[in-house]
Design a protein around this ligand. Structure first.
Ligand code: HDE
Length: 718
């Protein structure tokens, strides 16, 4: 009884923390009003006409209402983030499922069930604020925890490794990757000369490059994307004991990617694809969820892993150090205002709480400087911590004063320390046991502008990644390199890049080089280049299955299934399969040539959700086509419907073709009457006896996400 009371009070305390944060934000929200006023609260007489001298005369300078409206409008934009400019965010909470008392004293990680409010922003590293969501890119995964001990920001990525080892090279990387400075092209794409010129001279980038060229660069959804803290951090426990930690976010819906051709098409059809997907899921109540995982390494073991934990271009394979799952992140509320929240949120890897500390990773060290600096430039002053989205939930007090846009009103005459005037007795803070204690690392050493030799191994993990991919994933990597390098105008850059890749895998480099009009890859030539250090070290593992995304089954919750509806469709089997899909958590949408209704074989009017034109196949995860002889005839005559189905086939999506509708594949020679259907294609008759089996097979096929090994996709006209 007592324990259930404790449990109950713990749950209500956890819920309170999240509700209180929401209340704190609500104090700043404004609803729509019927009355318009100036910023000073003076009611507007008219919001259509400026003040003029006479009906057709010039406008008057004294029109303070017009002046205020225009000056505010002229200043509506702030500089976009120099990287990770395009983003989408949501509110939610983090809940502890496995307390971490033995590793860290961080208050928010101590108790099972304790909940901490969070704000999470996903973003594209490369693209500008107005670019498209689905371009090939690294995604940001930044989490702000509003803890009782202050805000903690875990500012991570969708890939576990960085492109460069030292902060000194980050501006060069970003300059090379962004549109070229003379003509600002190309937007949101790494497929251009400056990026590959830089990459070919930076062997340390090889590992991250492999991730970027893989399916990881094309997430199907933020909700189906992993997150990583990238750097190694430190945990400190109450006894002052320290261990190293690497952070992971694992999505509950599994990790999944788009097809490259599909991603490019979506960028045109719906540039907001990923942010819309996140927004819609939360609005529907399908709250996205991730597990927090930790790889904990004690200091003694750190030196024996065969890699340097301070090198952010390396990951720690979970096959070497297993992941401890410790909490869940749930996003359940969309922001009220994009600018006030998503744009003004200010993350910083240096926002830590007692129990979490940094390591000497030279990339992380640079970040510790850069984020405050970036926020000062972006948000226009030193008081951005007072913006509602950035405010902590615990009391905040110090003697920093003034600055642009100060919101708080500090009382009293004292703004210094030590003092006796504030409370009457002496108040001073110097070196106590309280508060944030930096880990007392020993740093006695000469000043050196050099890199540790333990950072010299640039290829073994790129090879590990390559070795760990499935056959289809490898094909995707080769195709991505070929595409990007074929956009590079300078043959010497293409050559240098494939020479470099020969250090990752000779066959990979050879394959990539084939259509590029250059010579065969020459690893020895690469080794002679500027910036190139000889590869060192051997991977501790030959391959790590956890690095592959294929066959990452995770159910079909929230998957979008298109129902291609043409006149005369027989609805018997279709209805059974549709119900089974809905029961398993998917959604179905009827797509047809026009809105309104389509008549079935029995004359039933089937309501249409979308047209082929407005909602092409790339907006769906799978396609279901009802059968019927008349319907099949109608289908084959409807180019848009045929294209819809064949495009889904080309993108390796699960298809369920009932009865005669399979004819659509035969049109282009994709299905032979006597041969088994291709991977992920479910065919069957309209007979009642086979309906349930078809439904089960289709659900299993959707659960596998994509059938990348499906043959003959190149036969499908683009
Ligand atoms: Fe960032 N990074 N970064 N970064 N970063 C920024 O901060 C920077 C790095 C990451 O949703 C900027 O407010 C430097 C690695 C994310 O608001 C800026 C270096 C990783 C976000 C900045 C790095 C990241 C940022 C841009 C090398 C993966 C978006 C404006 C030393 C772990 C956060 C701003 C959001 C944003 C600098 C390297 C992740 C300029 C100098 C490695 C997810 O301060």
């Amino acid at each position: 009884m007592a324990s259930s009371r404790t449990e109950g009070s713990r749950k209500s305390k956890a819920a309170d923390a999240v509700a209180n944060r929401q209340k704190q934000l609500e104090a700043f929200t404004q609803g729509p009003e019927n009355l318009l006023t100036t910023n000073q609260g003076v009611v507007l007489p008219d919001n259509h006409n400026s003040l003029k001298a006479g009906l057709r005369g010039p406008s008057l300078l004294q029109d303070f209402i017009l002046r205020e409206k225009l000056t505010h409008f002229d200043r509506e934009r702030i500089p976009e983030r120099v990287v990770y400019a395009r983003g989408a965010a949501a509110h939610g909470y983090f809940e502890v499922t496995r307390p971490l008392v033995e590793y860290t004293k961080a208050d928010f990680l101590q108790e099972v069930g304790s909940r901490t409010p969070v704000f999470v922003r996903f973003s594209n590293l490369l693209g500008a604020r107005g670019s498209a969501d689905t371009v090939r890119d690294v995604r940001g995964f930044a989490v702000k925890f509003y803890t009782r001990e202050g805000n903690y920001d875990l500012v991570g990525n969708s890939m576990p490794v960085a492109f460069v080892q030292d902060a000194m090279k980050f501006p060069d990387l970003v300059h090379a990757m962004k549109p070229e400075p003379h003509h600002e092209m190309p937007q949101a794409s790494s497929a251009h000369d400056t990026f590959w010129d830089f990459m070919s001279l930076m062997p340390e980038s090889s590992h991250a490059l492999m991730w970027l060229m893989s399916d990881r660069g094309l997430p199907r959804s933020y909700r189906m994307m992993e997150g990583f803290g990238v750097h190694t951090f430190r945990f400190i426990n109450t006894r002052g004991g320290s261990c190293f930690v690497k952070f992971h976010w694992r999505p509950k819906l599994g990790k999944h990617a788009l097809a490259w051709d599909e991603a490019q098409r979506i960028a045109g059809k719906d540039p907001d694809f990923l942010r819309r997907d996140l927004w819609d899921a939360i609005e529907r109540g399908d709250c996205p969820e991730w597990e927090l995982g930790l790889q904990i390494v004690d200091e003694d073991r750190a030196g024996k892993l065969g890699l340097d934990l301070l090198d952010a271009t390396k990951l720690l394979p979970e096959e070497l150090v297993p992941i401890l799952w410790a909490g869940r992140l749930v996003l359940n509320r969309n922001p009220d205002n994009y600018f006030s929240e998503t744009e003004q949120v200010a993350f910083h890897p240096g926002h830590v709480v007692p129990g979490i500390d940094f390591t000497n990773d030279p990339l992380l060290q640079g970040r510790l400087f850069s984020y405050t600096d970036a926020q000062l430039a972006r948000l226009g002053g030193p008081n951005h911590h007072e913006l509602p989205i950035n405010r902590g939930v615990c009391p905040m007090h110090n003697f920093q004063r003034g600055g642009a846009h100060r919101i708080g009103i500090p009382k009293g005459r004292v703004s210094y320390e030590p003092n006796t005037l504030a409370s009457g007795s002496e108040f001073r803070v110097d070196g106590g046991e309280q508060g944030f204690q930096s880990h007392p690392d020993d740093v006695e050493s000469p000043k050196l502008r050099r890199r540790s030799p333990s950072f010299d191994d640039h290829f073994s993990q790129a090879t590990l990644f390559w070795n760990s991919q499935s056959a289809a994933e490898r094909e995707h990597i080769i195709a991505a390199f070929q595409y990007e390098l074929s956009r590079v105008e300078t043959p010497a850059v293409r050559q240098r890049m494939v020479d470099n890749l020969a250090h990752v895998d000779a066959k990979l480099a050879r394959k990539i080089a084939e259509p590029l009009g250059i010579g065969p890859p020459d690893a020895r030539a690469a080794a002679g280049q500027a910036g190139f250090r000889e590869p060192r070290g051997r991977p501790a593992l030959e391959s790590a299955p956890s690095l592959s995304m294929e066959a990452n089954g995770s159910g079909i919750q929230t998957r979008r299934v298109a129902v291609v509806m043409v006149p005369g469709a027989e609805l018997g089997a279709f209805k059974v399969i549709q119900q089974a899909l809905l029961d398993a958590g998917a959604t179905t949408k009827v797509v047809a040539a026009h809105l309104g209704t389509v008549a079935s074989s029995s004359g039933q009017q089937v309501p249409v959700d979308h047209t082929f034109l407005a909602m092409p196949s790339v907006m769906f995860d799978a396609v279901l086509v009802p059968g019927g002889a008349a319907a099949a005839q109608a289908l084959l005559k409807d180019g848009a419907a045929v294209h819809f189905i064949l495009e889904a086939y080309k993108h390796c999506k699960p298809l369920c073709l009932i009865g005669e509708s399979v004819e659509v594949l035969r049109l282009v020679g994709l299905a032979q009457a006597d041969a088994p259907p291709a991977a992920g294609v479910i065919v069957g008759t309209n007979e009642p006896t086979t309906r349930l089996q078809m439904a089960q097979d289709f659900i299993a096929a959707i659960g596998r996400h994509r059938h990348w090994s499906r043959g003959q996709i190149e036969q499908v006209p683009a």
